[in-house]
Design a protein. Sequence first.
Length: 176
Amino acid sequence: MDSFEINKIIAAVLMVFFVMFGIGKISDFIFHVEKPKTAGYKVEVSKSTATQASNADQAVDISTLLAEGDVEHGQNVFKKCSACHSVKKGGKNKIGPALYNVLGRDVASIDDYKYSKALIAYEKSWTFIEMNDFLIKPQAYIKGTKMAFAGLKKEKDRASVILFMNQNSDNPLPLP
């Protein structure tokens, strides 16, 4: 191969380099875009929308929710709870307190169980609504509770467990 062939190859490589570099510079000049000061998108939410969303979480129609539940399904879902709780009449406390007769009784009212300070200070009764709100995410509902359960996210699961616990009582509460 003579030097003329080598010169043509080098010239071709340089030409490709200059064309690619030139196209990049020309396109930057034609399509100039200023970079934003902060990266990302700002999503604006009106306060009324945020308030409605938080109120929607709290305003649960408990009778509609319980209508979705099934006692037999609740018994199956309660197996998650049975590692720490007993629901049998005369059942003993485990890691958590016995839950026989739980609906309708005061929170933290079993004498032979050591409740967290948060539950003792709560001073309410276990109603259908209280139990539903608690079962969504116990540690978020009553801050400081010792119950390390992630919660039941599905409405049918919560409704079924509540119906199952209500059935396991000497005096089940009347359904709303």
